[in-house]
Design a protein around this ligand. Structure first.
Ligand code: 1GP
Length: 256
C-alpha cells in the first residue's frame, strides 16, 4: 500500500522542497530532553521525527513516542534496527532493507518476522533502501548489522546500489554515515545517487554544522536527518531548520 506520508514526501521531492528530520534515540533522551525537543520543534519547522537507534530498549521507545504524539503534530516515523522495534503509536515506519550490506537478516530476515505484526498495525509503510556509508570510524549501525559500509570515496558503487534498490521497487533511498559519523556522506556521493534515481533521497550521519547541512541539500538530499548534534547542542535545531527553510523560500520564489 502506498501511503499518504509517502505521497506527501514524494510530492515535496518533485516540487524541490527540502525537509528536516530530527532523529530521537530513546536511549539518549530523558523526559526533560524530550520536552525541550518538543518546545524547539514548535518554534521551528521540523518535518519528521525519526525514532530509533541501534540499541533501543523498547520501554523507553514506547514512552517517547507516546509523549511526542500527545504533544506535537509532527509525524513520527520509526527508524528501526530490529523487528522488535515496532510500535503502532507511531504514524509510519521506514521499512529499511540494508542494501549496502550482504547480511540476509537485514535485507529480508527481520522483515519476515515483522510482517504479520506490521500488517495488523496501522503503521504507514515506507519501503526504504538503506545504505550505510563508511564515515571514518566504525559506527554502531555497521557493527550491529554485521555489514561492511560502502566505501566513502566510491560514488559509483552507491549510485548502482541505489539504482538496484529502485529497480527492486523500494520507494526511498537513505544514505547514512551512521550516527556520530566522523564525517558525513560526501556531496559527490549524494550527487551521484541523486542523478541515478528518481526516488526521494534521505541523507544523515555526521551532519553537525550548517555548512554540512547546506552541502547535503545542494548536492541533492531531499530530507536531511540530524541526531547527535541536536542532542549535544539543542539550539542547532533552529539553525538547521533555517537552512532548510531558506532553500524552500528560494525554490518557491523561483517557481513563481
Ligand atoms: C543516523 O542519520 C542519522 O542514523 C543521524 O546521524 O546522529 O550523526 O546526526 P547523527
Amino acid at each position: 500500500r502506498l501511503t499518504s506520508l509517502y505521497d506527501a514526501l514524494n510530492k515535496r521531492r518533485k516540487l524541490g522542497h527540502k525537509s528536516l528530520a530530527v532523529l530521537l534515540d530513546p536511549d539518549n533522551l530523558d523526559e526533560a530532553g524530550c520536552q525541550q525537543m518538543l518546545e524547539l520543534s514548535a518554534q521551528h519547522v521540523v518535518d519528521y521525527f525519526f525514532v530509533g537507534g541501534s540499541l533501543v530498549m523498547s520501554s523507553h521507545q514506547a514512552a517517547l513516542i507516546r509523549l511526542l504524539k500527545s504533544q506535537s503534530p509532527v509525524p513520527v516515523l520509526l527508524f528501526p534496527s530490529h523487528s522488535l522495534h515496532l510500535d503502532s503509536q507511531a504514524d509510519g515506519i521506514l521499512l529499511l532493507s540494508l542494501i549496502s550490506g550482504r547480511n540476509p537478516e537485514f535485507l529480508i530476515g527481520q522483515h519476515v518476522i515483522a510482517a504479520p505484526a506490521l500488517r495488523q498495525s496501522n503503521l504507514q509503510i515506507l519501503p526504504t533502501g538503506y545504505m550505510l556509508v563508511d564515515s571514518g570510524r566504525q559506527t554502531t549501525a555497521s557493527y550491529m548489522s554485521g555489514t561492511t559500509p560502502l566505501p566513502h570515496d566510491k560514488p559509483a558503487i552507491a549510485a548502482c546500489t541505489a539504482m538496484a534498490g529502485e529497480q527492486l521497487g523500494l520507494r526511498l533511498i537513505y544514505l547514512d554515515g551512521g550516527s556520530g559519523a566522523a564525517y558525513p556522506v560526501s556531496p559527490a556521493m549524494i550527487r551521484a545517487v541523486r542523478q541515478a534515481v528518481e526516488l526521494p533521497l534521505i541523507v544523515g550521519g555526521g551532519i553537525n554544522t550548517v555548512e554540512k547541512a547546506q552541502a547535503a541539500l545542494v548536492a541533492g538530499a531531499d530530507v536531511i536527518v540530524i541526531g547527535n548534534q541536536i542532542e549535544k547542542a539543542p539550539e542547532f535545531l533552529g539553525q538547521v531548520a533555517q537552512v532548510v527553510q531558506s532553500f524552500n523560500t528560494v525554490n518557491a520564489a523561483q517557481s513563481l
